[in-house]
Design a protein around this ligand. Structure first.
Ligand code: NAP
Length: 266
């Protein structure tokens, strides 16, 4: 949420709302009801009977019920130069890095909602934003597609993939291959933003709760995972639609389910 500039599909904000503002408001509201935030990195969750032990890098927490909402992270493209130039022209966050590319040639890779919303945001800064997509049709939502097609700063390069990212101390060019013709071309650019999908942040739960083959947590309609008392909500869950609106619904369901679980235990 915080890495999205303008959220246009969350109810209650007819003109849209920035990701920063929405997250600030949600946190403020939750804190009013007693939320405590501990900034620690969870490395493992173990069971001790019905108790859940959450191990962070600093300490362990003992709990009866647990709600997992660790979300997803951006998938890497896996081409030469991507790792080397991360933070030096290769980015996964337009709101974090977009302003570094004033009047520059920017490339966005992907055809989903992330690529489209971030490309639209990047037109604020770039001279031109080129979306490189591996097929001839976009995957993203229609409203974003229409905005992309009518934005004069956005160009689309269809049926194409990046083969290599090149540069010296910063990114200078990309090598692109047309997947239909096999033609390889090199393009001088300043920034590459990669939005080729998501990976669930659930590694630390492997072997504990049931997941699908990609690592998304399986739950029932009440948010209950395969372990009683462990619930999951939001993008880390296997589900059809990954939006803030659906994550909020998941969160409310998981909170009520865990409350019921604790009541029944007592
Ligand atoms: P996504 O929907 O999985 O789209 C990933 C895109 O990257 C696809 O177009 C895919 O091409 C392309 N791709 C994947 N691997 C690639 C590779 N190796 N090389 C080149 N291209 C590759 O991911 P996302 O856009 O991050 O969205 C994830 C979820 O978050 C979706 O459910 C989306 O609706 C949601 N989301 C919602 C909003 C919003 O509602 N405002 C904003 C952002 C994200 P193909 O199309 O050919 O598979």
């Amino acid at each position: 949420m915080t890495t999205t500039e303008l959220i246009e599909n969350y109810p209650g904000f007819p003109q849209g709302v920035t990701g920063d503002e929405l997250s600030r408001l949600m946190e403020e509201q939750a804190k009013r009801f007693g939320l405590e935030v501990v900034p620690e990195h969870v490395v493992e969750v173990k069971l001790e009977g019905t108790k859940k032990i959450v191990k962070t890098e600093e300490r362990s927490y003992l709990s009866q019920a647990l709600i997992i909402c660790t979300g997803t992270e951006y998938r890497k493209l896996g081409v030469p130069g991507e790792k080397e130039f991360a933070g030096k022209g290769v980015s996964y966050c337009a709101t974090c890095d977009g302003a570094f590319f004033q009047d520059n040639q920017i490339v966005v890779v992907g055809g989903g909602d992330s690529a489209l919303t971030e490309a639209l945001y990047l037109t604020k800064f770039g001279k031109q934003v080129t979306i490189i997509h591996r097929r001839d049709a976009l995957r993203g939502t229609k409203i974003y597609q229409e905005k992309v097609f009518t934005n004069p700063k956005i160009k689309l390069l269809w049926n194409s993939v990046i083969q290599e990212i090149k540069g010296d101390s910063i990114v200078k060019s990309i090598v692109v291959r047309n997947v239909n013709t096999g033609e390889v071309t090199e393009h001088q650019i300043d920034g590459v933003f990669l939005f080729v999908g998501l990976l669930p942040r659930t590694q630390f739960l492997k072997g504990l709760v049931d997941m699908d083959e990609e690592g998304y947590i399986l739950t029932d309609q009440n948010g209950q995972t395969s372990v009683k008392g462990i619930f999951a909500a939001g993008d880390c869950r296997k589900k059809l639609v990954r939006q803030i609106a659906t994550a909020v619904g998941d969160g409310a369901t998981a909170a009520c389910s865990s409350e019921k679980y604790l009541e029944l235990k007592e």
